[in-house]
Ligand binder design. Structure first.
Ligand code: GLU
Length: 441
């Protein structure tokens, strides 16, 4: 069996961390099995879907490196939905209803008031053909519900939640089509999953009750249901559903200096028992991706952790991968030297400024100024060689540890901390280094 997964966003907004996690997990699931990952644009809602969001979704996936093996759009597939729908009509698996939203709400309230579950009472099933004709004549148009088979218990083994069991008698027949002919999400999605040969549907646990109804839709469509897995919802670092998470998009992360590999590395493991692996290559993550490692508890997304993973990723990025984003003139050696000090790539420019100057160095005590004058003299002899410079100064002055190193670092870089001086000094070069030592002395 070819593993085929799909990511099915509605283009009614840009992707946020939660949808990206779903996209990524579907990507990993398919890649691990050498399968296919499809992007399905769920744009049946003409009012709310926008082309700019379709483009933004594509751009975000491309930025993340989650390139789909194919793209489909629901708005181009209405003929297929109509065709399958007519078969369900003929088979009596969908039926016409006329209740208004207010009437349904009233029915719900009555049932709840009597301590009963608010399940649709199937009143419309009792309508005769003459009733339908009369309603049509009166200008009333029906919406359609899918008729659940009450004698068919709903069961599936969820890839994350384990065995699932639903009693269709405890469920309302879902509305699948509105009175204006437009589609609700559930039926087109099931039709597409069959038509596109989707083998695994991996999505958020907010879809579990949809799955219960869809399991019967697959049967009614004459198809086998795909394998399902529902992952726990994403929550903020405080463990609560967070508004910020629901809106935290890729553009914002990108602007704050987060690398796509960091988003991938963190989200790949979020909700699992696996440690975060700051891999540069998402294929490496696919190899270890395992639904069995997912827990049932909400997955916590922590921006501090993302920042940590981001630094770990940057410390591994090769020069070739970042060259075009570095300040002009910064070469491989400079990147290797500066990289371990970066939490964000943009900080490379600050360190490059330290290399190329000018720098602002702190004022030194008289004693340290004398020491820096001596250092200048040594440097003139030994060149931009940190080991030789400090060995000679240690010998000459008897200084060691901090008093030996810190005034030099401050005079040469203007900073108390930073990249290894042994690598930094040759980048600064003998002439500039001499100038800086003399200026501080
Ligand atoms: N468009 C649906 C959503 O975004 C797709 C759900 C699914 O994966 O089936 O919720």
């Amino acid at each position: 069996m070819t593993v085929t997964t799909r990511f099915a966003p509605s283009p009614t907004g840009t992707l946020h961390v939660g949808n990206v996690r779903t996209a990524l997990h579907n990507w990993l699931l398919s890649k691990q099995a050498g399968g296919r990952f499809l992007l399905r644009i769920d744009d049946t809602d003409k009012e709310r879907s926008r082309e700019e969001y379709v483009e933004a979704i594509r751009a975000d996936l491309a930025w993340l490196g989650l390139v789909p093996d194919g793209e489909e759009r629901q708005s181009a597939r209405f003929d297929l939905y109509e065709h399958e729908f007519q078969k369900l009509v003929a088979a009596g698996r969908v039926y016409r209803c006329y209740e208004t939203a207010q009437e349904l709400e009233l029915k719900r309230k009555v049932l709840l008031g009597r301590g009963l579950p608010p399940i649709y009472d199937r009143a419309a099933l009792a309508l005769s053909e003459a009733d339908h004709v009369a309603k049509a004549a009166a200008g009333e148009r029906p919406h359609w519900r899918f008729l659940l088979d009450h004698d068919q218990p709903i069961e599936w083994t969820d890839g994350i939640r384990g065995p699932q069991h639903f009693d269709p008698r405890q469920m309302s027949d879902p509305v699948v089509r509105r009175a204006d002919g437009s589609w609700l999400y559930m039926l087109p999605s099931a039709i597409d999953d069959v038509d596109m040969g989707i083998s695994h549907v991996l999505r958020g646990e907010d879809h579990v009750s949809n799955t219960a109804a869809q399991v019967q839709m697959f049967t009614a469509l004459g198809a086998e249901a795909p394998k399902f897995a529902h992952e726990a919802l994403l929550v903020g670092a405080e463990g609560k559903l967070s508004k910020r998470l629901g809106s935290l998009g890729m553009a914002e992360l990108r602007e704050s200096g987060i690398e796509p590999q960091a988003v991938i590395a963190l989200l790949a493991r979020l909700g699992t028992s696996d440690p975060v692996d700051p891999a540069l290559d998402a294929d490496a993550l696919a190899a270890n991706f395992n639904l069995a490692h997912f827990g049932r508890a909400p997955a916590r997304f922590d921006e501090t952790e993302l920042a940590r993973v981001n630094a770990a990723i940057i410390h591994r990025l090769p020069f070739a991968a970042v060259a075009h984003r570095l300040p002009a003139g910064m070469d491989d050696a400079a990147w290797e030297t500066i990289r371990p000090n970066l939490a964000r790539l943009s900080e490379a420019a600050d360190w490059w400024q330290v290399v190329t100057g000018p720098i602002a160095a702190p004022a030194q005590s008289d004693e340290d100024r004398a020491y820096l004058a001596a250092a200048a003299a040594v440097l003139e002899q030994v060149g931009a060689d940190w080991a030789a410079l400090t060995a000679a100064l240690k010998e000459q002055t008897g200084r060691k540890g901090k008093p030996l190193f810190l005034p030099l670092r401050q005079a040469l870089t203007g900073q108390d901390h930073g990249p290894e001086m042994a690598a930094l000094l040759p980048l600064i070069g003998q002439d500039a280094a001499l100038e800086r030592l003399r200026a501080a002395a």
